[in-house]
Every structure is written in C-alpha cells, then in structure tokens.
Ligand binder design. Structure first.
Ligand SMILES: [Cu+2]
Length: 344
C-alpha cells in the first residue's frame, strides 16, 4: 500500500499499454526519482515511513467514516419527522454510541498504535551508526563505530547505503530540535542532555530531503538537510574518499584561496582536515565542495553561493553563528570560494 505506489502505478500502466514495458519501467523510474525530492509523508521510500503512512490512512479513513456517521445522525435528528426519532433518545442508543463506541474504538486504536510503534523499533541490528547533533542552525554528522567512537565528521548531509537498517543517535546541546526525513521515517526530538535513537532504511538510491521539525530559533526554517542513499559499493567508495584529508589545491589561484582561508581565521570555527584549520564551532569543511548544499540545505553548493555566504552570512541567515566577512575583496572572495568548491 502507499500513495506513492498508487501514484506511479497509473502512469506505469498507461505507458505500458502505449509503448511497452521497457520504456514504461524507465518512465516510472524517472517519475519516482522526481517524486523523491518532494518532502512528503505520503511519498514513502522506506519501511518505517510506509508503516507510518498506513497508520495515517487508517486513522484518516476511520475518522472520516465516523465524522460522516455523526453528520448523518445530526441531519436525521434535525429533519426526520418526530415519530421517527424516538429511538434517538433511547438510553441504549446514547450509552452505546456515546460511551461504548468511543471507548472500544479508542482502545483498538491504542493497541494498533502500540503494535505499529513496536514494528518501528524492532528489527535487524544496524549496519551503520550515525550520530546527528542539532546545532544553531545546522546539523553536525558523526559516523561512529560500535563503541561510539567518531570515525568521520561531516555536516548537513547524511549518506547511507540502501536496504540496510541505519541507527541514528540524536543529540543536541542547545535547544530542542527535531530530526525528520518524511519520506524515510517519523520525526524524533533532539533534547539537550538526552540521547534519542531511531532506526530506518532507504529502499532505493536517491536524495531525500529532511528538515528540523521543532521550532528552534529564528532560522529554524533554514535548518534542512539531505539524506543521500547509495548502493553499498558506491557508499563504501564515498566513505573511503570522505574519510581522507582535503585534496591539495591543483592551481595557484586555489592555493591562494587556501592561504586566505587560514589568514582570515576561518580555521577558528571550521576544520579542513590536512590543514591547520581545526575549529569545531561551525560545520566541517573538509569535503564541503562535494555536498549538495551549504548553510543547512539553504543554497546549492557552487562558487557563487559560497562567495555570497562568506561575505554576507548574517544577511542570508541572520543571527547564525558565522560573522559576515564583508571586508574581503572580490578577488579574495572568489579565491576562497573556489578553494572550498574544489574540496570534493
Ligand atoms: Cu532546529
């Protein structure tokens, strides 16, 4: 079941009729890849989200039916001739629909809800553990081993292998945030002083958008991220690259960018592994050029947005913890941006 399956089944059947199954499979694949970008609980790409979607439909349809019944009874009570209405003041009717029915329905729903919840938290041991820490206003991402030791640091983007259960260890030090990737799983709060754990998997490769789902300050709306799911082999290749230090500048202009990055004190807040920049206040930038977005899902990563961000961070995301570097000249800004963009 699931709205997504239904919404792609129709075009799939149509194209199969018109142009044969091969083209139809390709068309469906394309539709599916496009749908994935839409942040929706009704377009599910993993078992956790699917379970929740089914629960939503059960509640929605159930509530709709009960609402319709109430409307019909109300209309009847108002419009039916008095001699047809006698049974409505009957004690059994009032106790039956007024007390027994809600108690039975709500109890059934509670039991069903608990069973669904159980399905969400049990399952195979995780293939990978990722610690995600809610910051003001971005996401710190740690890939950790079985003992919880940090193996790899990244930010605002989470890569996972498909088809394997992934454990997310959710934390924060400032205020309450909520970690939510609607197409893959439900939401779970990140609470200061607590660790919450959730598990989910992605059923097919692709890019899924996530969002902070608990108001956490002025720039809460600009606190998004992406989950990128790869087949296992591609994931392993990515991980090996990502764990390495930043690549060396290939041309003098980019080397100049690296110098300016250090000279301007960016390293006080940012780490670029392989250089002397080792700050931890802001996102790790070792491979920032390889990420889809900067400033927590706010802008696509390219030289233009990077330069704009560096010179006007406070204008683009007021009150975030990075100062604007309006003092930099155009040439310097371009060099730093080109350097960061080269860090794939
Ligand atoms: Cu937040």
């Amino acid at each position: 079941m699931g709205w997504r399956r239904f919404s792609i089944a129709v075009p799939s059947a149509l194209t199969a009729l018109l142009v044969g199954t091969e083209a139809s499979a390709q068309a469906v694949d394309r539709i599916d890849s496009a749908l994935m970008w839409i942040q929706s609980t009704l377009l599910t790409y993993g078992p956790s989200a699917e379970i929740i979607e089914t629960l939503s439909w059960v509640m929605f349809i159930g509530a709709g039916l009960i609402f319709a019944l109430v409307l019909v009874l109300t209309a009847y009570a108002i419009m039916a001739p008095p001699r047809w209405r006698g049974w409505m003041t009957n004690r059994t009717f009032i106790i039956g629909l007024g007390i027994v029915f809600p108690v039975v329905t709500l109890t059934a729903l509670l039991i069903y809800g608990l069973a669904v919840n159980r399905q969400l938290v049990t399952g195979d041991p995780p293939a990978l553990r990722i610690e995600v820490i809610g910051e003001r206003w971005w996401w710190r991402v740690h890939y950790v081993d079985g003992e919880g030791r940090v193996r790899l640091v990244s930010a605002n983007e989470i890569r996972i292998p498909t088809g394997r259960p992934i454990e997310f260890i959710l934390k924060t030090q400032d205020v309450i945030h909520s970690f939510w990737v609607p197409s893959l799983a439900g939401k779970l709060d990140m609470i200061p002083g607590r660790t919450n754990v959730m598990r989910f998997s992605a059923e097919r490769p692709g890019i899924y958008r996530g969002q902070c789902a608990e108001y956490c300050g002025e720039q809460h709306a600009l606190m998004a991220f992406y989950v990128v799911a790869h087949p296992q082999a591609d994931f392993d290749a990515w991980y090996a690259r990502e764990a390495g230090p930043a690549i060396e500048p290939a041309i003098p202009f980019i080397a100049r960018g690296r110098e300016l990055f250090i000279e301007n004190g960016c390293g006080a807040c940012h780490t670029v592994r392989g250089t002397q920049a080792n700050g931890t206040i802001g996102p790790d930038l070792t491979h920032v050029g390889g990420r889809l977005s900067i400033a927590a899902g706010t802008y696509p990563t390219n030289v233009g947005t990077l330069a704009g961000w560096i010179s006007s961070a406070q204008h683009l995301k007021p009150d975030n913890l990075m100062p604007s570097f309006g003092n930099l000249r155009g040439e310097e800004l371009r060099a730093i941006a080109a350097y960061l963009e080269s860090l794939k």
